[in-house]
Design a protein around this ligand. Structure first.
Ligand code: PLP
Length: 381
């Protein structure tokens, strides 16, 4: 199988498995226990925390381990909102946040919190002018992603951090798609809180972290003594060790990003050359290196994914599947893309395991399967 769905999840790196195994078999005591094995678990936890802090440019005390980005996002937004001054109780999100994060926004609004969404431009970039106009003295928090999971567009984080801070608000960054694909530094990015998930960068599933600037006023959302009282619950030590190992193994991301971007660009160029009605969204924007979001004419994504399945290529659709069928992507809708085009959206996401042979195979096998369908489409219109 050729796996081109790295934005959904990534395969565990062998080095991550090697780091986790001895912890699963030998370091199973509770790190809160006073006895020797417990203290050993505590040391392993501290080492993993120090690794995460070193790789991501924060202090060990600023790392809160969680069950993944969804929980980190919830903790950041609910926790920082609860810690904000009574006169600052409004939260701003962008319209293109991850669907789970938008659910949180809607749940907050339903509970009476003032929630607003700032728009994106047709190119997929956040509309900073609109965002600036929405920032007032009542805003507690801006919550936005560092890179979009569908389009791959890199968002203007530093600019938004400046705007939010100038208005006295905090910035929460969902860096789930960014971390592991491009170099990241907590201090340099300027956010007060940053979410990440290990399985997006070859670590295990079900473990993540919230990086929280020291001094940021967070009210814990699950109570317990762990993580300095900021996130209760016995730590998932094998998962945390796996997360730290995955970060440590990333190495020089600039070289890997250039390699993956080159593969992505050759995939796009080859498809556009063979099938001229191929349209790539956000192609001229700064994007995550491996993300390609495109449509083949108006061919339904279901048809395209069926053909890819036949070829044993794993990719994904931009549509959210619900019980009633497919809904066009909220990201494309926010960019003003018509529904008939959005329902044709296919996402290829290349990553660490992608080779030039994978790209050559798709370019050889896919166009002959799609060309007759696109020809039919032309004749029908
Ligand atoms: N945020 C973004 C931008 C994502 O892409 C994802 C997963 O796809 C998440 C949050 C949720 O991550 P997890 O399912 O690991 O909690």
């Amino acid at each position: 199988m050729i796996y081109l769905d790295h934005n959904a999840t990534t395969p565990l790196a062998p080095g991550v498995i090697a780091a986790m195994l001895p912890v699963m078999t030998g370091v199973w005591a509770n790190s809160s226990s006073q006895h020797g094995p417990g203290q050993e678990a505590k040391r392993v936890l501290a080492t993993a925390r120090a690794t995460v802090a070193r790789v991501l440019g924060c202090k060990p005390v600023e790392v809160i381990f969680t069950s993944g980005a969804t929980e980190s996002n919830h903790l950041a937004v609910r926790g920082l909102l609860a810690g904000a001054a009574p006169g600052r109780q409004r939260v701003l999100f962008s319209r293109v946040e991850h669907s789970a994060h938008l659910r949180l926004a809607k749940a907050l609004a339903a509970a009476g919190v003032e929630v607003d969404f700032f728009p994106v431009l047709p190119c997929g970039q956040l509309d900073l002018v609109a965002a600036k106009a929405m920032l007032g003295p009542d805003v507690a928090l801006v919550s936005m992603m560092a890179a979009n999971n569908e389009t791959g567009v890199l968002m203007p984080v530093a600019e938004m951090a400046d705007l939010a801070h100038a208005a006295g608000a905090l910035l929460h960054l969902d860096a789930t798609q960014f971390i592991g694909k491009l170099p990241f530094d907590f201090v340099h990015f300027g956010a007060d809180a940053v979410s990440l998930s290990a399985h997006k960068f070859r670590g295990p599933k079900g473990v993540g972290a919230l990086l929280l600037r020291q001094g940021a006023p967070l009210v814990p959302q699950s109570l317990g003594s762990q993580e300095r009282g900021r996130r209760g619950g016995t730590e998932n030590l094998p998962g945390i060790v796996g997360l730290a190992a995955a970060l440590d193994l990333l190495g020089d991301l600039a070289d890997e990003a250039a390699r993956v971007a080159q593969l992505r660009d050759s995939l796009e160029a080859g498809l556009q050359n063979a099938l001229p009605t191929t349209h790539v969204w956000c192609q001229s924007q700064a994007r995550l290196p491996g993300t390609s979001y495109l449509r083949f004419g108006h061919l339904s994504v279901d048809v395209v994914l069926q053909r890819l399945e036949r070829l044993h290529v794993a990719a994904s659709s931009g549509a959210a599947c619900s019980s009633g069928g497919s809904e066009p992507s909220h990201v494309l809708r926010a960019m003003g893309v018509p529904d008939d085009e959005a329902l044709a959206a296919v996402r290829f996401s290349l990553g660490a395991t992608t080779t030039p042979e994978d790209v050559a195979y798709v370019l050889r096998e896919l166009p002959p399967l799609l060309a007759p369908l696109l020809q039919d489409e032309l004749t029908l219109t």
